[in-house]
Ligand binder design. Sequence first.
Ligand code: 5RP
Length: 233
Amino acid sequence: MTAFSSDAAKRLAAAEALKLVAPGMRLGLGTGSTARHFVDLLGARVAGGLDVICVPTSEQTRAQAEQLFIPLATIDSVPELDLTVDGADEFDARLRLIKGGGGALLREKIVATASRRMIVIADSSKQVKTLGAFPLPVEVTPFGLEVTCRMIRATAEATGATGSIRPRQTAGGKAFISDNGNYIVDCHFGALPDPDELARRLSAIPGVVEHGLFIGVAKAVISAGPEGVEIFG
Ligand code: 5RP
């Protein structure tokens, strides 16, 4: 028997989400290896004549969609979207998410929030009891990096979350720069005792552009694994 890979699960979840797409829809396209499957499958439907207009959440997704001749728009020219399909690094039973593993969290949150429905596609390993094993990404301005990291640390401690905070680096050891010209810091806090409160407090820090806690954003999670597809929400 062949083992069912996490990549096969991601594709299965993406194929399930594709069933939600109807002609004429305005779609948000997520970022990451799971969203990549969705864009790939959508490209095949577009090649077959499906008429949609899409807003990508990263330059990476834009490049993929362009290669597949998927019609694209900016979020400012299409400010109301019908559906966004995106991956996640973790989701819990209340559909709270950690996102930003690919560093695209700011555009992902803007696009998701501009959508009537944001649907997460994920392999079943992304489901957790408590958010936080995946380091929480936070997008920060380059100006005042050290000061902002201190404030993130203090603010997190007030919600019971402690641990190291590290500016993300590329494989070549350079600072990772987001599509928006900012840094990403990864917060290795472990289990987050109060994600809602942490999200509120992080948003109030001046140097924080956005954080990877998506709370009340996802309408459903399509999770796939060896047992098949499960839909939460
Ligand atoms: C990118 C993201 C991704 O959706 C998240 O990291 C999941 O990625 P993958 O589908 O590759 O596991 O938030 O910023």
